[in-house]
Design a protein around this ligand. Structure first.
Ligand code: RIB
Length: 305
């Protein structure tokens, strides 16, 4: 079974600078090479879902510029419905500069542009596509006010809502009440709960804190170690597959997109969906770039027979 997925989120053109090591404050360093690719947390998650054969639609905004055209065409190549991407003349298409060191670790700086200029009006025009979905995902690279409106529409139509609170920020009042499942990484989780993620006990404490805030279902991704999950019915840890990472950009996004393509609304198959998501992101980290690194379901099956 594969879900119908709607992603509300960001579209960025990523410029990756390949460097030997991260610069220190005040230091100027030379990059060994530079690559451009399609990215943005929203776009990456949508492409991961689509490459896992989810029927996928995107709600977002780009500027009236060549970067915007490039991003829309990138999604179309993966047969993603782009009818709900607004083109604005008020802001340029989002972009990101990624510093990637020789260990495969990155630092990312994002210019929100058109992503952050999105208004809630876009949701009124997207009700039908949300109502027809199984899952709606959003992140924090577009305004939380827009996610809130979209999640309210999703809840009205019985659609599962997944919030990826990245980059880390406080959650808007009300958004928690319409979130079915929250998927932070360890840093984002600690920012939201005030409880550092160090071991399973601390993850249980994070789950209890989220439950007291109103979100009953939690997945915390902990990089190359794996993913913790907690629901009212079950809790556990699914370890990551050990691989040599070249570039971790979009690994978390691949995880969420692949997971959303498989998970059932009652979360009864959460371990299976998490294992599949780990398989997908283990391939992403072995490739360079954001969108270009995301595997298809056929590539995942070939790697993990
Ligand atoms: O999560 C990776 C993404 O973060 C990059 O593609 C970049 O655009 C930033 O949004």
């Amino acid at each position: 079974m594969t879900n119908k997925v709607v992603v509300l989120g960001s579209l960025n053109v990523d410029t990756t600078l390949h460097i030997a090591q991260m610069p220190k404050p005040g230091e100027t360093i030379s990059a060994q090479s530079k690559t451009n690719s399609a990215g943005g947390k929203g776009a990456n998650q949508a492409v991961a879902a689509a490459r896992s054969h989810a029927q996928t639609s995107f709600i977002g905004q780009v500027g009236e510029d060549s970067a915007g055209e490039f991003m829309i065409n990138a999604l179309k190549k993966d047969r993603i419905n782009t009818d709900h991407i607004n083109v604005t003349s008020n802001a340029g298409t989002g972009s990101a500069v990624i510093l990637l060191d020789k260990e495969g670790q990155n630092s990312i700086m994002v210019y929100g542009g058109a992503n952050q200029a999105m208004s809630t009006d876009i949701i009124a025009d997207s009700e039908a596509v949300i109502a027809d979905a199984d899952v709606l995902i959003s992140q924090f690279e577009t305004p939380q006010t827009v996610a809130y409106e979209a999640f309210k529409v999703a809840k009205k139509h019985g659609v599962m809502t997944i919030l990826n609170p990245a980059p880390a920020a406080d959650i808007l009042d009300g958004l928690v009440e319409v979130t079915d499942l929250i998927v932070p990484n360890e840093t984002e989780s600690a920012t939201l709960t005030g409880i550092n993620v160090t071991d399973i006990d601390s993850m249980d404490q994070n789950a209890a804190k989220f439950a007291s805030m109103g979100i009953q279902n939690l997945i915390i991704t902990v990089g190359d170690r794996g993913a913790y999950y907690h629901t009212p019915d079950a809790s556990g840890f699914v370890p990551a597959f050990k691989v040599k990472a070249k570039d971790t950009t979009a690994a978390g996004d691949t995880f969420i997109g692949a997971f959303s393509s498989k998970v059932l609304k009652d979360l009864s198959n959460i371990e299976m969906a998490l294992t599949y998501a780990q398989q997908a992101s283990s391939i992403t980290v072995q490739r360079m770039g954001a969108l270009p690194s995301i595997p298809t379901t056929e590539e995942i099956s070939a790697e993990y027979k």
